[in-house]
Ligand binder design. Structure first.
Ligand code: ARG
Length: 399
């Protein structure tokens, strides 16, 4: 048994996780604290954050570059599943948590810790995702969640840190809370809680206002191989690179802004804003390609599973058996999802304009109105007769 007063904390550098460090030591009797910062593309300078963890009293502080893994192992599988929570949110924040949880477990093994900790509060979804991930991957680890029990307000949290000589560096309190990674940006709280308030431009950061987008459309071509995006405009690139490029070009055209009422796992409805240009474009293109290559009954079943799958990601069940079984189903469906989708980006919109796939099920000789059509129209009458039989009987009985 590893000592459970030795703990790895998921550390972001923010006010809450910073206060967790003295709190773990003083109030929760932790003897040895490792701060683990995962780089998921949040764009922060991470060495100062690592230093901050040490100043706040961590014994060891490590930074793990997980950007590429994040896109490859979490972002792209979500694209294969066309994963959209409540049909709008491509789960950009939610997908980060199972990865951070996995890294916590890994780091705990590395440093011989018997406990992990995070700074999630008791009102959100992230605590569920973190706790569930650790519980499913390493049930022997103890989970500590200081921010769930301390009951501090924001200013009390800062005051608590200051008691231990930790300067909070909160120069100006930001008017909303932001969660950023390479898959997208989430903005919540503050003015956004007022449903009557229309977000002003300063809320947005990855996407241009429609008024400022280029006056000319831009075309992009995405190449998929077995469901995985592999190239942009004919150029092969790494998952991370492709994601970055798509965020840039999509953002430039004002694509991927979401303003929604979200159903949290804990039963609360919240208003959330997202900027998810790359992930939104990828799912749109991927879904279109699937339409071209998959038979209709498979598409129907897959889209039903996609709803379940998206919900499971949202609920933190990434490592659960049902989720893993759906993964196997999805993987099977992707064997023909190879091809090229061309999109036109313009004024906040992306439209698929052309598509191409070696295993396309689109047969021109069947659908064409030309004389060389091979579809046997004379079979149609008998087909309709039998196809409609139950409905016709019902009509007659209930006439
Ligand atoms: N509401 C979103 C979700 O549950 C975003 C959460 C972002 N996390 C945060 N701590 N701000 O996925």
């Amino acid at each position: 048994m590893k000592p459970n007063d030795h703990v790895v904390l998921a550390y972001s550098g923010g006010v809450d996780t910073t206060a967790c460090i003295p709190y773990l030591r003083q109030e929760m009797n932790c003897q040895f604290i490792v701060a683990m910062t995962a780089d998921l593309g949040q764009g922060d300078e991470l060495e100062p954050i690592r230093q901050k963890a040490l100043q706040a009293g961590a014994d060891i502080a490590v930074v793990v570059d997980a950007k590429d893994r994040f896109v490859r192992e979490y972002g792209f599988p979500a694209v294969m599943a066309n994963a959209m929570y409540d049909l709008q949110y491509p789960l950009s924040s939610a997908l980060g948590r199972p990865l951070i949880g996995d890294l916590l477990v890994q780091t705990a093994n590395e440093f011989g810790c018997g406990a992990v900790a995070h700074g999630c509060t008791g009102k959100g979804n992230d605590q569920i995702r973190m706790d569930l991930t650790v519980a499913l991957l390493a049930p022997e680890l103890k989970i500590l969640a200081p921010a769930r029990e301390w009951g501090f307000s924001r200013s009390e949290t800062i005051a608590y840190s200051e008691r231990f000589g930790i300067s909070s560096h909160v120069t100006k309190e930001k008017p909303w809370a932001i969660d950023l990674n390479i898959l997208g940006r989430n903005i919540e709280a503050g003015l956004i809680e007022d449903l009557q308030w229309e977000p002003t431009e300063e809320v947005w950061n990855l996407t241009s206002a429609i008024e400022n987008t280029p006056s000319q459309p831009e075309y992009i071509t995405i190449h998929f191989e077995r469901g995985i995006p592999v190239a942009l405009d004919g150029k092969k690139m790494s998952p991370l690179n492709l994601m970055e490029q798509l965020n840039t070009v999509g953002g430039r055209h004002g694509i991927g802004r979401v303003d929604m009422i979200e159903n949290r796992v804990v039963g609360i409805k919240s208003r959330e804003l997202y900027e998810v240009p790359g992930q939104q474009i990828l799912i749109q293109a991927h879904r279109d390609l699937e339409n071209l290559v998959l038979p209709p009954d498979l598409l129907t079943q897959k889209s039903a599973l996609e709803i379940t799958y998206s919900r499971m990601i949202y609920e933190g069940l990434w490592y659960s058996p049902l989720k893993l079984a759906i993964d196997a189903f999805i993987l099977f469906t992707q064997q023909n999802v190879t091809g090229e989708i061309r999109l036109k980006l313009y004024k906040g919109n992306s439209k698929v304009v052309t598509r191409k796939a070696p295993k396309s099920m689109y047969r021109h000789e069947l659908v064409t109105y030309d004389s060389n059509c091979t579809f046997n129209q004379s079979s149609a009458e008998g087909f309709i007769d039998i196809f409609s039989l139950p409905s016709r009987i019902w009509s007659r009985v209930n006439a």
